[in-house]
Ligand binder design. Sequence first.
Ligand code: NAI
Length: 218
Amino acid sequence: MEKQISKAVISRLPRYYRYLGELIEDGVERISSNELSQRMHVTASQIRQDLNNFGGFGQQGYGYNVRHLYTEIAKILGIDRQHSVIIIGAGNLGQAIANYANFEKRGFVIKGMFDINPRLIGLVVRGIEIRGIEELETFIKENNVQIAALTIPKTKAPEIAERVIRAGVKGIWNFAHVDLAVPDDVVVENVHLSESLMRLCYRVCSLQDRESGEEKDS
Ligand code: NAI
């Protein structure tokens, strides 16, 4: 695609995709930006602006063709294709991710898991075998792995990141609490539940402060 789409728009696309998927399940064939706006609690103008980035799939007086938009967003996100994924660190979090079957529906096929704990190596989680970390590079090359999830301690993450990148991985889904330095042709998406929880905490505390302020005022 020639036109650069802003990061903000890209970050909103998965949510559009989810809502459109639900509309398809409900048998809805087309929807206006106003209706979509009510469902998603986003302004209709934001929806029009966002979706106009891709040549505007909406038609005057018709609205959006739900399935078409769903397919186009999938193409933009690249989830119309399959991506091979591995998980490094087969502990609590790694196994929880492996057990979640819905990633496959989005085209993410978890091909293998890796660990250093001999008690875990050889176990199979939802059909996915846990392998020894010494098999990492060969496995990545043989299976054309593009994405690696890191669910290992933060002290181990930089070294493992370097190894997967050298073997050809292009995307790191980083759960370890450390910022990874990567070359320009590799991308990292950090997922930190505790940061999300801290943001929630701030909002809860702000609400409480506001309520106690209102009580004092009254
Ligand atoms: P865990 O201790 O259950 O699992 C970690 C696994 O990594 C263990 O099985 C261990 O043997 C393995 N491991 C250690 N060094 C390794 C290496 N060099 N190569 C391959 N495997 C290795 O821990 P848990 O709860 O699954 O957490 C994993 C990581 O994710 C931790 O760093 C934790 O802080 C982080 N975490 C992050 C969250 C987030 O939201 N980003 C949420 C929960 C945990």
